[in-house]
Design a protein around this ligand. Structure first.
Ligand SMILES: [Zn+2]
Length: 246
């Protein structure tokens, strides 16, 4: 909690920021550097996604003749703010800040995603729940009649609140947790791209397959799983050594 502290001269108040949590060192990240090498959209720039955390997530959208991002809706119980760190031929201008509604549409945010000159680097920051459960949903609508074809609700309650799902997001001592939005998005795609998910119940239209590779969520989920296992393997490999020294 911040507190207002009166200066001794009494002329002005200054806001004092409490010292950092000793378990979570202050870090800085360069969004341009991170997103030049990132595996997916919505890559958390910092390893902190616990209850109350501010989670900035990087995105880099790029146009081109073969590019297709599709369209979906994201619903989140917590607030999100998007800041554009540079763009060309995009719906969001360089430096633009946008607070999203709880339910918001998501696409490439490029005016024409087939334009190779179009790009946008956008950081979407969400504020994790301080208490209680956090839920999100991804929704797809029929391209033909706009009826809802898939709604995928998933739990996103952050560590270490009572509703935190260890099986989905990682053990309490996991060095890297699965980011709930990335995991939920990957699961949404498998439903969306099933025959049932593609076929509109209202008009019968069979919707195109959602282009999942360009979003990269599945890749990030398997990489997170592999690096978590590697970290565990290294700890276990180091354990006998510790025993010998005792
Ligand atoms: Zn339809």
């Amino acid at each position: 909690m911040s507190e207002l502290v009166s200066e001794q001269d009494g002329l002005q108040d200054t806001r004092r920021i409490p010292p950092p949590d000793p378990d979570r060192e202050p870090m800085k990240a360069n969004v341009y550097e991170r997103m030049a090498k990132a595996a997916s959209q919505l890559t958390p720039l910092f390893p902190y996604d616990h209850a109350g955390a501010i989670v900035p997530c990087g995105n880099v959208l790029i146009g081109g003749p073969e590019k297709a991002y599709g369209h979906f809706f994201h619903w989140n119980t917590v607030n999100e703010v998007a800041v554009t760190y540079g763009s060309n031929e995009a719906m969001l201008a360089t430096g633009q800040i946008m607070a999203t509604q709880n339910l918001h549409g998501v696409n490439s945010f490029l005016r024409d995603e087939k334009n190779p000159e179009a790009y946008a680097v956008i950081v979407v920051t969400q504020h994790q729940s301080e208490e209680g459960d956090q839920t999100e949903a991804l929704i797809a609508r029929c391209k033909n009649c706009k009826a809802e074809i898939v709604r995928y609700d998933y739990d996103a309650t952050p560590f270490p609140l009572p509703g935190y799902d260890v099986a989905r997001h990682g053990e309490h001592d996991a060095p890297i947790r699965q980011f709930s939005t990335t995991l939920g998005s990957m699961e949404f795609v498998s439903r969306r791209n099933s025959d049932e998910g593609r076929t509109c119940q209202a008009c019968g239209h069979v919707n195109d397959v959602f282009p999942s590779d360009i979003w990269g969520w599945a890749r990030t989920v398997v990489q997170t799983d592999a690096t978590t296992k590697a970290h565990r393997a290294m700890r276990e490999a180091a354990a006998p050594q510790d025993d010998q020294e005792k």
